[in-house]
Design a protein around this ligand. Structure first.
Ligand code: FES
Length: 358
């Protein structure tokens, strides 16, 4: 059982898969209580469909940490890019056909240029590596959007922003907006070391007196929820963006203040909850894939075919939607799945086998 939990859990607060005892205890709590927390606090996203492809030119490419590249984008003809709001993201169409979502981290609302930042994950799905290696200044980048499922609420008087590593990208413009709106805000930015924390100088520049920096190498451990949520009162709106473990820990801890707003955005897929093994039959080839209890159908399909389309891996963008030929789908997506559709990143089978048109 312990091994099963280990295999299904995400990496630690910053993407590591070390077996430290504190994290084991934390993950155990998440495994037990996470589903309940999701039921009580989940807010459906307001994601509008993305409908047109836009070409932008890369006007600046810079490494902001040793493994994070920031790209500045502009209209090739010097015009304005579509309007956007803090927390918004674009869907990048990579040369390989992959699609990946990246938050806009430039000056809020600025339409003469966008900026995105991408952490390279050599053991990821290949998208971040392609982002790092495929684009130079002067190249064209195709994207759809922007769209936004992670807004700064209109009624907030007091807000805490909990940031983990590359989770800073949607948060930086939100901090700037909070400052502009006169919200009583604070931020906790956690990372392995200051050198590993992208855009740290810009976060501090918003208002250094309101930002707490937690660098693991300065404390000898990663931040617990007592540090991440220090000073958050019962009515404080909490925004969190970072790795799954950080997000789940904050979410579980804030459940004691169920009336206070809690907003979060994941950068990695959530762990499978209450998964049962099943089979996916690919109708066109007749190939049958075994889906274990702790993995998504998409993960196994990617093992078989790395070009399988996906983007968010969280059931809201619709990129991975397939047509179901036969079988009963346990629908778990946040975007609509029709009677003969399945989001393979999150949905599962009620029976033993699903046959899909793939
Ligand atoms: S990849 Fe976005 S819904 Fe499945």
């Amino acid at each position: 059982m312990t091994q099963e939990i280990w295999q299904s859990r995400p990496a630690d607060l910053y993407g590591r898969r070390t077996h430290d005892r504190l994290f084991n205890a934390l993950w155990g709590a998440i495994t037990v209580f996470g589903g309940m927390a999701a039921l009580s606090r989940w807010t459906p996203s307001r994601v509008a469909p993305v409908s047109r492809t836009i070409a932008a030119v890369i006007t600046k490419r810079e490494m902001v940490t040793s493994d994070v590249v920031a790209l500045t984008l502009a209209d090739p003809d010097g015009g304005l890019l579509p309007s956007w709001t803090p927390g918004g993201h674009i869907d990048v169409q990579l040369p390989s056909g992959r699609r990946r979502q990246y938050s806009l981290c430039g000056v809020p609302g600025r339409r003469t240029e966008y900026r995105i930042a991408v952490r390279r994950l050599d053991d990821g799905g290949g998208g971040s590596v392609e982002m790092h290696e495929s684009y130079a200044e002067g190249d064209t980048l195709l994207f759809e959007g922007p769209r936004n499922a992670f807004y700064l609420g209109t009624g907030e008087n007091e807000a805490l922003f909990v940031i983990g590593g590359i989770g800073v990208t949607p948060m930086l413009p939100m901090l700037r907006e909070a400052a502009q709106r006169g919200i009583d805000w604070r931020a906790v930015y956690a990372g392995r070391s200051r050198a590993d924390m992208p855009l740290l100088d810009e976060v501090l520049a918003v208002d250094p007196d309101r930002v707490t920096v937690w660098a693991d190498d300065e404390h000898g451990r990663f931040a617990g929820t007592e540090e991440l949520l220090a000073g958050a009162g019962p009515q404080t709106a909490v925004y969190v963006c970072g790795p799954s473990a950080m997000l789940e820990a904050v979410r579980v801890t804030r459940d004691e203040h169920a009336d206070a707003p809690l907003h979060y955005e994941r950068f990695s897929p959530p762990p499978v909850v209450d998964g049962e093994p099943f089979e996916v039959e690919l109708a066109r080839s007749g190939r049958v894939l075994e889906i274990p209890a702790d993995r998504s159908a998409l993960d196994v399909m990617l093992d078989a075919d790395p070009t399988t389309a996906y983007s968010c891996r969280q059931g809201f963008c619709g990129t991975c939607k397939v047509t179901v030929v036969s079988g009963d789908v346990d629908r778990r997506g946040r975007t609509a799945e029709g009677d003969e559709e399945m989001l393979v990143c999150v949905s599962r089978a009620n029976g033993r086998r699903i046959v899909i048109d793939a």
